[in-house]
Write a protein that binds this ligand. Sequence first.
Ligand SMILES: [Zn+2]
Length: 110
Amino acid sequence: MNSKRLDKVVSVSNLVRLIRRMDEYEIWKRAVFVRDRFTCQQCGARNGRRRVIEADHIVSITLLVRENKVNSIESARVCNALWDVNNGRTLCHSCHEQTESYPLRFIQNR
Ligand SMILES: [Zn+2]
């Protein structure tokens, strides 16, 4: 058993969870929604009572964290790749669930 490796895996997923709670994440999400006019880029649904829109990282946060060696909230804050609006797209909840990068699915597959 390599416990060092296990620690690292746990900390990446914890870090992703923390990143999703950052102010920068809210700002990024808002910018993606505004650019896409609050419309799902997959099926064209608009935000409303029946549909909830979400912002999807096209290249997942987990991958960006690994590739850019982000290991703290501070390094996440200055990692431009995480906050690139061009790496975001607006999806409704049902389209988001079907993407490869959907958080739950991602965790289950690993
Ligand atoms: Zn949709």
